[in-house]
Design a protein around this ligand. Structure first.
Ligand SMILES: [Fe+2]
Ligand SMILES: [Fe+2]
Length: 220
């Protein structure tokens, strides 16, 4: 999809998820405020719309060349890339996020009832355990199966789990108020919000590589 300064922010974000990195970098609200054209959103933030358009285009172009690489590289290299770049760091990060979510809920939950910290901790915890099992099953059974050319089945269960994780991430985005750190938040709270925003970003890339490149290539 082509976009211009007149395109609505929400439409750009929907068609080019990577553009949201540029929006986030410049504090452009692409969710609730997504109904306005890019030019108007830039004006509000005193940003030069031409510079933002170039930045989005550069981000998308860089991604396209990476994507092209993974469409052609040996499948085993792609699997190694997914495990090293996403699974391994997640294994370390997920328990940390869960611990911080419960800690923030315990320490601040009562004084900040307007922020649903308990619900957030429960949602984070659920997602953490789902993902840990999911990645283990990918590494122990799905990936070896995909690399073995004789024994293949479309991994619909995994695609469904990706969707479920996507819904949990969407809920986390809502519960954290779009990852905007609340006034007076302590360091753990800040680190939690930052870590959750990062989790969303990395999961979008990770799932995209699996759903749209690895699975179709392995089935191909
Ligand atoms: Fe994965
Ligand atoms: Fe996955």
């Amino acid at each position: 999809m082509e976009f211009s300064p007149e395109t609505r922010i929400g439409d750009i974000a929907a068609h080019h998820p990577l553009a949201t990195r540029v929006f986030a970098r410049h504090g452009i609200d692409y969710c609730c405020g997504g109904g306005v054209p890019l030019a108007q959103a830039c004006e509000r933030r005193h940003l030069e719309v031409g510079a933002i358009v170039s930045e989005i285009e550069a981000t998308l172009a860089q991604h396209t060349s990476e994507e092209q690489h993974w469409l052609e590289a040996p499948l085993a290299d792609l699997v190694t890339h997914i495990v090293d770049t996403y699974h391994k760091p997640l294994r370390e990060e997920l328990p940390r996020l869960e611990e911080m979510a419960f800690k923030v809920a315990r320490v601040h939950g009562e004084r900040r009832p307007e922020i649903a910290l308990d619900a957030l901790a429960e949602t984070v915890s659920g997602l953490v355990h789902e993902l840990e099992g999911h990645m283990r099953r990918e590494e122990e059974s799905l990936f070896p199966q995909l690399l073995d050319s004789s024994d293949k089945a479309t991994p619909t269960a995994f695609v469904d789990e990706h969707e479920e994780a996507g819904r949990a991430l969407e809920k986390i985005r809502q519960l954290t108020g779009e990852f905007q750190v609340p006034e007076g938040a302590c360091n753990t709270w800040r680190a939690l919000w930052h870590g959750l925003a990062d989790l969303e970003r990395s999961m979008h890339e990770h799932v995209h590589l699996e759903n749209n490149i690895l699975f179709p290539r392995a089935m191909g």
